[in-house]
Design a protein around this ligand. Structure first.
Ligand SMILES: [Zn+2]
Ligand SMILES: [Zn+2]
Ligand SMILES: [Zn+2]
Length: 183
């Protein structure tokens, strides 16, 4: 089971070959789109690239800014995309399963795992550094499906967001605590 887990999962964007991880995510999205007859247009691709590149949840307007900045190095700076176009690109990425929407933050994050579109996903969001890890749990999904059915409820979202401290921040806080105690 552990073997199927992508190496970058839970890496929080540190300690990994990031350029390979971005290239891999884009290649995977392109292959998926080809297989489904969907089109990864240049804007959709750029939005996904920014999401994968940051490994953090980004709001639509933040993406508009980043896409504008990204063009600065070019001979002719490209204009910032219209927010509406970015929203549409995000809708596409979410519906194709390349990204998820985090309701609590009004933000989007690249999907870090391969899973079915209707799987329940759990996000662990660090309140200190913003690092967000996606974990999937079939057991949680099963229990939730049972609980919602029992309540006669039709779920629209299948994303669970848990706020807390990532391993790094928890360790840093602990080290800080020990240092305090040693004084
Ligand atoms: Zn990466
Ligand atoms: Zn996902
Ligand atoms: Zn953290």
């Amino acid at each position: 089971m552990e073997m199927n887990r992508p190496a970058r999962s839970g890496a929080y964007g540190h300690d990994h070959d990031h350029s390979a991880c971005v290239a891999e995510a884009l290649a995977r999205a392109e292959a998926c789109c080809d297989g489904r007859g969907a089109r990864l247009t240049p804007l959709r691709r750029r939005v996904l690239e920014e999401l994968v590149d940051s490994h953090l949840p980004l709001g639509a307007y933040e993406l508009v800014e980043r896409l504008g900045n990204a063009a600065e190095g070019a001979d002719k700076p490209a204009p910032k995309p219209a927010p509406m176009s970015v929203y549409r690109a995000l809708d596409f990425l979410v519906s194709e399963g390349f990204a998820h929407r985090l309701e609590s933050r009004n933000a989007y994050i690249a999907c870090g795992r391969e899973h079915a579109a209707d799987d329940v996903v759990v996000f662990l969001i660090c309140e200190t550094c913003g690092a967000t890890a996606e974990v999937a749990s079939h057991a949680v999904g099963r229990d939730l499906a049972w609980a919602t059915r029992a309540a006669g409820f039709t779920p629209r979202t299948r994303v669970i967001e848990i706020a807390g401290a990532c391993a790094r921040c928890a360790a840093a806080a602990e080290t800080g605590g020990h240092a305090e105690a040693a004084r």
